[in-house]
Design a protein around this ligand. Structure first.
Ligand SMILES: Cc1cc2nc3c(=O)[nH]c(=O)nc-3n(C[C@H](O)[C@H](O)[C@H](O)COP(=O)(O)OP(=O)(O)OC[C@H]3O[C@@H](n4cnc5c(N)ncnc54)[C@H](O)[C@@H]3O)c2cc1C
Length: 485
């Protein structure tokens, strides 16, 4: 079946307006938030229902055409990068909130629903949806599920996987199936758990059941300025060591502060080498007691100025600089790479020094913004594409930072996923056997390898191929169609 035939079949299933094949229109979908990778898809389809989504996947399977799911396209690892020979299934028109059930702390939503819409729908009942990526105003729940997204408040509340109890998905053979349910635990293998974080490689989510969390009685936020990231890091460790679990502990270094000031004029304390934003939430009495403790610990670790948000407006101002940090670096650098890695929290000062050394050795500036509480770094590697060689040196710095994360026992990604961008780093973190085992899971869901191929794994293993040591070449290898890593 040609793409034209496929387009005809999909137009019959969805209606003409919801299938795009015009080259100019297709270009809108050529990248996600990682805009330096661009591929124009062969076709874009906009299902409105789970059944339509299943019909699109079935048509792709019948035509042996690969497909990629896309929510809002804000992903930062190229996960929703289309295939030139494939179909992009865009869920942004599946935006119905089916149910808000405060009585059992659940909401049931379609995959294109935006993260913040869930909280907006739940808040009149005194509830909210806890995982809060900085992109929460625009990213979709389907994308959150696929990336197992995190956010500033995941330190206390956990990641997306801790807030999704069930999903309906179109499995890669085109069948609609349910994983998990409304309960926190289901008998049998945790297929819901396998699906969350699978980056569109195990099927397309068409409905998601999420947990709702009671809005806290009290929220208190402070902003502490330190002369260095060392001191701010020490304060973070001291807070956690004291047994306090803040809702969020976020750090920005001097360059990130400079960028935020230039972009949103957030008025952070002058002369700060690092700032911490610490937020506590929960019952008022507990929050008040712990807040005093946190303030003391910041003082003890050298904070030279501590501001306490007097009201919601001031809290929003503290967060404004932090939440705009990625975009803000555009004010101080024409181009930048957003890196995402994890280290043990206690290694923060050492790793930041090492990042400083790598940055100096390459003549490439790095601004650091991160979820300090859980050691999730977001170094922003700044460069100017117009200067010859800078993009390459920035890539080297970015890769070296990932190597540091692995060296210190961390991870190549904290929340942005592997996608196509970090597939090359997977063998640095995992052995061949590890990768083989992961691909067995993928093959169990998707034996034809049509669901978001080319993502996560540096070289996809063929289904049916025995993991471990290989004797002789697979026929597909001999035909030059596949490699074995
Ligand atoms: C300014 C900015 C700030 C950000 N801050 C954060 C942050 O704090 N924390 C964080 O974790 N991330 C953050 N991100 C990254 C991004 O917003 C998240 O990864 C988000 O979950 C992506 O959602 P999306 O709807 O845009 O997904 P897309 O980019 O459209 O897709 C992402 C992945 O999900 C898959 N996918 C999408 N929908 C489905 C579906 N229905 N079923 C199966 N697979 C699907 C795609 O194939 C792709 O692999 C940020 C991004 C930006 C631009």
């Amino acid at each position: 079946m040609t793409i034209d035939d496929l387009a005809g079949r999909l137009r019959t299933a969805l209606g003409g307006k919801r299938v795009i094949t015009d080259r100019q229109e297709l270009r809108t979908y050529e990248c996600d938030g990682l805009a330096h990778y661009k591929v124009t898809p062969a076709l874009v389809a906009f299902p409105h229902t789970a059944e339509e989504c299943a019909a699109v996947v079935r048509a792709c399977v019948d035509a042996s055409v690969p497909y990629v799911a896309r929510g809002s396209g804000t992903g930062l690892s190229g996960g929703a990068l289309p295939r030139a020979d494939g179909v992009l299934i865009v869920t942004s028109q599946m935006r119905t909130i089916r149910e808000v059930a405060p009585e059992d702390e659940r909401a049931v939503v379609e995959p294109g629903v935006l993260n913040l819409q869930v909280t907006n729908a739940a808040s009149p009942f005194g509830y909210y949806y806890a995982p809060d990526p900085s992109s929460q105003q625009i990213c979709s729940i389907g994308g959150n599920v696929a990336e197992n997204s995190g956010g500033a408040h995941c330190l206390k509340y956990g990641f997306t996987t801790n807030h999704v109890t069930g999903a309906q998905i179109v499995a890669p053979d085109g069948e609609l199936v349910r994983l998990g349910g409304r309960a926190l635990d289901a008998p049998g293998y945790d297929l819901r758990g396998a699906f969350v974080g699978s980056e569109g490689t195990l099927g397309v989510a068409t409905e998601v059941t999420v947990r709702l969390v009671r809005l806290p009685e009290s929220v208190r936020t402070l902003l502490a300025a330190f002369e260095s990231t060392d001191r701010a890091g020490a304060a973070t460790s001291a807070i956690i060591a004291a047994g306090v679990v803040p809702a969020a502990v976020e750090m920005m270094d001097v360059l990130a502060i400079e960028a935020a000031e230039a972009a949103v004029n957030c008025g952070y304390p002058a002369g700060a080498g690092a700032i911490l934003i610490v937020e506590l939430d929960g019952p008022a009495a507990e929050v008040d007691a712990q807040f005093d403790q946190v303030r003391r610990l910041c003082d003890d670790n050298g904070a030279f100025e501590i501001r306490i948000a007097a009201d919601d407006a001031e809290r929003a101002l503290f967060w404004k600089g932090r939440k705009s940090a990625f975009a803000a670096v555009g004010r101080i650098s024409p181009d930048y790479i957003v890196q995402d890695g994890v280290i043990p929290r206690t290694a923060l000062p050492e790793v930041l020094h090492r990042i400083g050394e790598v940055s100096a050795a390459h003549g490439i500036r790095v601004a650091n913004v991160f979820h300090a509480g859980d050691g999730n770094l977001h170094p922003l590697v700044l460069f100017d594409d117009a200067v010859e060689g800078e993009a390459e040196r920035a890539e080297e710095v970015s890769g070296a930072i990932i190597d540091l994360c692995i060296e210190y026992g961390g991870s190549i990604t904290g929340e942005h996923g592997v996608g196509m961008d970090k597939a090359k780093y997977m063998p640095r973190m995992f052995t061949d056997d590890d990768l083989d085992t992961m691909q067995l899971v993928r093959c169990a869901f998707d034996p034809d390898g049509l669901a978001n191929p080319g993502k996560i794994f540096p070289t996809p293993r063929l289904c049916g191929e025995v993991p471990g040591r290989h004797k002789g070449a697979h026929p597909a290898q001999e035909a030059g169609l596949a490699e074995v890593f």
